[in-house]
Write a protein of this length. Structure first.
Lengths: 457, 263
């Protein structure tokens, strides 16, 4: 018997085939790409084993992420930090809701890449911030990554505090924000120079803490209320001591500690004592301990460079491969007995200090906002009580009086090449004056702690 | 309609009596029972790992059952010559094929329902809560997997009308793997500017015309419930209609081929 296929059936078949294609392309695929794509198209470029790739492609990325994170943990134990970076990226791509991986990853990238002298590799900081931003976008309902992002600005970058405030504020808006962590917002406001906001924040937090304590007489509630009360007391005293109250009442500042400004007398000399080893010596006329002057040595044309820092926040994309052919060294110079003297050895870490280009710049920077309270009592939060004949700048950080100096240096000088092979390169500010050879050496034992009061008492 | 129902119910009975399928089902259930112990894989994401693993087991086991159940369905009837006794009665070949397919689908429904029930129970026990909403949300996964397995069974039935069981097994598994993995690959190829036009067109054709099983892998938003999905209902409806349309295509093609086949 000869079979004949019905034309109606064939037409139906053809229509059904077209219909499924249209459904797939016009209705399903876009939404699948947006909501259900297991790797958002990125995981195929990463270093997973074939079985892990299969599991991910099949849609089971969370369990693969869990296994990879366990693997990363063993690398942590072994100190194999470089191996952890791709795993962190992979796990966050596979399971963007792994808050711990984002938080640990930010900390790891921001803090763990150091040289032999435990100096952080600052080239990684934009990546740490970008990872945190991605974590916040992926996990907008919890405070944790917003807080971690703020903490990175507040503690690690230790500059440009409005960014810390921005992220702490966002963290505080989340319902699960821990009560005690909210207190840091008050501290961050201090460092932005927004003193009234800081006081208001403490008042509000204190009122909340008091309510909580009255509702439940628990130890934690009691302790938090007392801490806030102490913080608030300190802030009110400092506000008056540092002249803010007088200013708000249009009274002269004569009797206040911050007036007249104190001349810090900054000067510096950089000596290349060996190839890639520089000794920084200089003066700082402040006797109380606690001064840290930032020194940055970087490529003259380092991407996104700004005075004594870089635009840390320049990218939203996580790039775990920093500019490895560029150098960005940042160190703190501690002042003792009005002098600082520190040898910075960059000879043991060529990957961190490649010195591939010809011209470099050394930048010296002091910002009272990062200073301890007993120094701020004289200099105030924005440097109102501080001056310097040569290096006081008001345009380096808008709204702040900071000390900033910049000195050029070349690759040949740093590496002691050419004419510098037999001659010690020295770069210094014009006002630098040599002093007794022992002055300010690291082994100085006696520290004098006089008052910084303008009257000299 | 009556012959179809009769053939379907007989097929369900046969499936339930097949020891191989029952052993696979038992292994799947055992995996789901031990799933809460895997929380160790992630310190603060025990629930994530639990959901991920249990849904993975249900999908994997269901796929194995669907393939093994259906690849032998028509060839066994021909080999054992039982098909003659059926076709000698007033039963059309299309009714036989549709009946067999519906029987396979019902068997899958029973087995997947059992695994899903165990999953819900284990989830309740592990979470120690009575959050019915969360379990109901989780059940969207097995529901979509069921449509996925119906499509897989249709692929196997279609191939079983003209190829031997062993070849059918590899063909069906191959189509399933391509269908599952090709969506992410296609997306990668589409996003990659270095991909050639020809490759992109080939990927587009495969993605458009082959049965797309990846559409039904809806587990990620179910596991990570913070991920907000807009028009979720529309998506589920879309992929269900897509599945039904594709199943119809495969069954009609199967009927056309089976109608011409000498048995």
């Amino acid at each position: 018997m000869k079979h004949r296929t019905s034309p109606v059936l064939l037409t139906f078949l053809a229509l059904a085939f077209i219909c499924q294609g249209l459904l797939q392309r016009l209705v399903i695929f876009d939404q699948w790409t947006k909501n259900y794509n297991p790797g958002k198209g990125k995981m195929l470029n990463t270093a997973m084993s074939p079985d892990q790739i299969l599991a991910v492609l099949a849609g089971f990325r969370e369990i693969t992420a869990g296994i990879l994170w366990v693997k990363a943990d063993t690398f942590f134990d072994q100190g194999n930090y470089d191996a952890i970076l791709p795993l962190i990226r992979l796990v966050t791509l596979l399971d963007p809701n792994e808050i711990d991986v984002y938080a640990t990853g930010m900390w790891h990238i921001g803090y763990n890449f150091t040289d032999e002298e435990q100096r952080s590799d600052r080239r990684y900081l934009p990546s740490a911030l970008a990872l945190g931003k991605e974590g916040c976008r992926q996990n907008p309902d919890t405070y944790e990554l917003f807080f971690e992002e703020g903490w990175l600005w507040y503690h690690k970058i230790d500059d440009e505090y409005p960014n810390a405030v921005k992220w702490f504020l966002q963290a505080a808006q989340r319902k699960d924000m821990l009560t005690a962590r909210k207190n840091l917002l008050g501290m961050a406001y201090q460092r932005t120079g927004e003193i009234d906001r800081s006081v208001d924040t403490y008042y509000n937090l204190y009122a909340d803490a008091q309510d909580r304590y009255l509702k439940e007489n628990a130890f934690g509630n009691h302790q938090n209320r007392d801490t806030l009360e102490s913080n608030l007391d300190n802030m009110l005293v400092r506000k008056i001591q540092r002249g803010f109250q007088a200013e708000s009442e249009n009274r002269p500042l004569n009797d206040y500690d911050v007036y007249p400004p104190f001349d810090v007398g900054f000067s510096v000399k950089a000596t290349v004592v060996e190839p890639n080893v520089i000794r920084f010596e200089g003066t700082w006329n402040v006797l109380p301990v606690g001064t840290r002057i930032r020194v940055v040595l970087r490529d003259l044309n380092y991407p996104h460079a700004k005075p004594a820092e870089m635009d840390w926040d320049f990218s939203d994309d996580v790039n775990l491969d920093p500019p490895r052919d560029q150098t960005f060294m940042q160190e703190q110079l501690f002042v003792k007995n009005r002098r600082f003297n520190k040898k910075v050895d960059m000879s043991k870490d060529p990957t961190m200090y490649p010195f591939t280009t010809d011209n470099y710049v050394m930048e010296f920077y002091y910002n009272p906002r990062s200073a301890p309270p007993h120094i701020q009592d004289k200099f105030s939060w924005s440097g109102e009580g501080m001056t310097d004949k040569n290096f006081l700048k008001t345009d380096v950080r808008p709204g702040q009086r900071v000390i900033f100096a910049s000195l050029p240096i070349t690759r040949n000088m740093i590496k002691r090449y050419g004419e510098w092979a037999d001659k010690t390169p020295v770069v210094k500010t014009p006002n630098y004056a040599e002093s007794a050879p022992d002055a300010g050496r690291d082994d100085d034992a006696i520290l004098k702690i006089p008052s910084l009061r303008s009257s000299g008492k | 309609m009556r012959p179809i129902i009769a053939i379907a119910s007989t097929t369900v009975g046969e499936a339930i009596r097949r020891k191989v399928l029952l052993i696979i089902l038992l292994i799947g259930v055992l995996f789901i029972v031990v799933a809460p112990g895997l929380g160790i894989l992630s310190a603060r994401s025990e629930t994530t790992v639990l959901k991920s693993f249990m849904l993975g087991v249900i999908q994997g086991v269901s796929a194995i059952i669907a393939v093994i159940l259906t690849v032998y369905m028509i060839p066994n009837e021909i080999e054992r010559r039982t098909i003659y006794t059926i076709l000698s009665k007033p039963v059309q070949r299309w009714q036989f094929l549709v009946g067999k397919y519906l029987g396979a689908v019902l068997s899958l429904l029973l087995m997947m329902a059992m695994m899903s029930a165990v999953m819900a129970l284990m989830f309740f026990l592990q979470q120690q809560s009575k959050n019915v909403g969360e379990v109901a949300e989780l059940m969207k996964g097995p529901m979509m997997y069921f449509v996925q397995m119906c499509l897989l069974a249709a692929v196997a039935i279609f191939f079983s009308t003209f190829v031997a069981p062993l070849v059918n097994f590899f063909l069906t598994v191959g189509v399933f793997l391509v269908g599952v993995f090709f969506n992410p690959l296609f997306q990668s190829l589409q996003d990659n500017q270095n991909t050639g036009t020809l490759v992109k067109k080939a990927a587009w054709a495969i993605n458009t015309f082959l049965p797309n099983f990846a559409n039904y892998n809806v587990q990620n938003p179910l596991i990570n419930q913070t991920q907000g999905i807009q028009n979720e209902g529309r998506y589920y409806l879309g992929i269900t209609v897509y599945g039904i349309v594709y199943i119809c295509i495969l069954l009609i093609l199967g009927i056309l081929i089976f109608d011409r086949r000498e048995v």
